[in-house]
Design a protein around this ligand. Structure first.
Ligand SMILES: [Zn+2]
Length: 283
């Protein structure tokens, strides 16, 4: 499942072909993904200039000149493919249509953006621009982890009295938006906090230390995604997934990378999801 850095990488990859460009033709090949598409979606998108691509949590928001905003969620398996871009951001030709190509945008000038989603957990919706804070998928979300509202003061206040494990609290989208399993594991490893530790039993100073660490973990992954952009422009035009080396995630049984430690990384299941941590370094 794409996490925030992957979604931001998709946004950055789409921006040069979409921002300022007109959707000459939008093709919508089925009535729904996870939920039904909005009424007359193809007609409402066709002929619209994309003014700006934004991101809120794991949603990409495309502001259209006509006053509506398109929300795109990649779901579990959604992929964006870019082809035929005459400006050379993407050098390959249009691929043959595939079975799960659900939405296709032909941009004025020749670029094509194809949304392919075999498992159909993705979503698209239209709303008035500026109304995203009230949208049902966004209204409940906490602050962006890379935004100013996610401050040390905020996080200490949000977690201080909580009687839940720190891992679950950081995955709670009402507390901070867009953090997923991988990057929470990585942040807790760097902060040397055990994923099972109750928020109430962590000092304010240690909770505060998570704020710069969360930002750093995400910034590094976004940078890795950015450097991958060059590769897929030349490969198959697919946006959104890139190789990234994790310090703890997926390393069960391998030695901890902290100098002088080397303890085997442990995996446990919390709320149905794997937590990877070093039982020596993280307390
Ligand atoms: Zn260790």
């Amino acid at each position: 499942m794409p996490e925030l850095p992957e979604v931001e990488t998709v946004r950055r990859g789409l921006a040069p072909v979409m921002e300022g460009a007109v959707i000459e033709k939008a093709a919508v090949n089925r009535p729904d993904l996870r939920w039904p598409f909005p009424e007359r979606m193809a007609e409402r998108l066709t002929g619209q200039r994309v003014e700006r691509l934004r991101r809120r949590s794991k949603y990409i928001l495309a502001d259209l000149a006509g006053g509506e905003t398109l929300l795109v969620h990649l779901g579990m398996s959604g992929r964006m493919l870019v082809s035929g871009d005459p400006l050379g951001h993407f050098v390959h030709d249009h691929p043959a249509p595939e079975k799960h190509d659900h939405v296709v945008f032909d941009m004025q000038g020749g670029a094509r953006i194809t949304f392919n989603d075999p498992r159909r957990f993705g979503a698209m919706d239209l709303m008035p621009t500026g109304a995203e804070a009230e949208h049902r998928l966004i209204a409940h979300l906490g602050p962006e982890p890379l935004g100013n509202a996610f401050s040390e003061t905020y996080l200490v206040a949000a977690l201080r009295e909580k009687n839940t494990a720190i891992k679950a609290a950081l995955l709670d989208q009402r507390i901070v938006a867009g953090l997923g399993n991988i990057y929470v594991c990585e942040a807790l490893y760097r902060a040397r906090i055990a994923p099972t530790r109750s928020c109430r039993r962590i000092s304010a100073a240690r909770i505060a230390s998570l704020v710069p660490i969360v930002r750093q973990v995400l910034d590094e992954a976004i940078a890795a995604g950015g450097s991958s952009l060059r590769d897929f422009r030349q490969a198959d035009g697919e946006l959104g997934y890139f190789q990234h080396n994790f310090d703890v995630y997926g390393r069960e049984g391998l030695p901890c990378r902290t100098p002088e430690c080397g303890t085997p990384i442990r995996r446990i299941v919390q709320s149905g999801r794997s937590s990877f941590y070093c039982p020596q370094c993280q307390r």
